[in-house]
Design a protein around this ligand. Structure first.
Ligand SMILES: Cc1cc2nc3c(=O)[nH]c(=O)nc-3n(C[C@H](O)[C@H](O)[C@H](O)COP(=O)(O)OP(=O)(O)OC[C@H]3O[C@@H](n4cnc5c(N)ncnc54)[C@H](O)[C@@H]3O)c2cc1C
Length: 201
């Protein structure tokens, strides 16, 4: 690690002020993506603005029409929520498939949406279910929120507060879980090619 300033504001407004003041400020939620990126020197923020002191950005509310999930809600909470299990079981199932218990206990839905990793689960669900992302500035439809690989419509001083999923008549989520198998497949293919190349010499 290298030197950076650590801040833990108590309100969204204070967090925004800190972001604006910093040369290169980054919000910290569950840290499951940001901290590995910092360790690998893929990110080197001057200031870390830890969101864990903010009240009201966590928790799940459900009505007959929508399930609204606070940005700091952890994957394990979505997975275990009776509201989500009843209204959108596919979303609870999706959360249960994210990473491992350590990741599910720390990672947050807001962090996952903001990061927009093309292999992440929540962005696909937000698009598929027609979710709306609420920030400190506006409400953004999922279709307009995700701009490209690791890119979103968020401004530098914009914070996701919650995401609202309309309750669908039916939904399903299945994950392509063969990352390792793909690698294995590729190595088997490469080694077959290598053997064939050697045999032809
Ligand atoms: C081993 C491992 C396995 C994983 N497997 C999966 C998987 O199977 N599926 C999957 O979907 N994900 C997976 N992840 C990623 C995981 O879900 C992360 O939790 C998630 O991508 C980021 O959430 P976070 O709360 O940890 O965010 P952080 O790492 O704290 O932040 C990530 C980014 O989002 C920004 N950010 C965070 N919160 C907000 C907010 N409220 N508003 C605006 N910006 C914000 C941060 O500034 C940062 O740029 C995995 C991670 C690890 C380490």
């Amino acid at each position: 690690m290298y030197a950076f300033t650590y801040e833990r504001p108590k309100s969204v407004d204070a967090a925004v002020k800190l972001l604006k003041k910093a040369d290169d400020g980054k919000l910290l939620a569950g840290g499951q993506t940001l901290l590995p990126a910092m360790k690998l020197r893929l990110a080197s923020p001057s200031t870390i603005v830890d969101l864990s002191g903010l009240k009201g950005l966590s928790g799940i509310k459900a009505s007959s029409k929508a399930v609204t999930i606070g940005a700091l809600t952890r994957h394990v909470e979505v997975m275990n929520s009776p509201h989500v299990q009843k209204a959108i079981p596919a979303l609870a199932h999706l959360a249960s498939l994210i990473g491992d218990p350590a990741v599910r206990n720390r990672g947050t839905i807001g962090g996952s949406l903001a990061n927009n990793d093309p292999s992440a689960d929540y962005p696909a669900a937000a698009l598929g279910l027609g979710a709306t992302i609420k920030t400190n500035k506006r409400e953004i439809e999922a279709d307009k929120f995700f701009k490209g690989l690791f890119e979103t419509a968020l401004a530098g001083d914009e914070i996701i507060e919650s995401v609202s999923f309309p309750v669908p008549d039916k939904a399903g989520y299945e994950k392509f879980r063969s990352g390792l198998a793909l690698c294995a497949g590729r190595s088997a293919y490469s080694s077959r090619k290598a053997k064939a190349a050697l045999a032809s010499r």
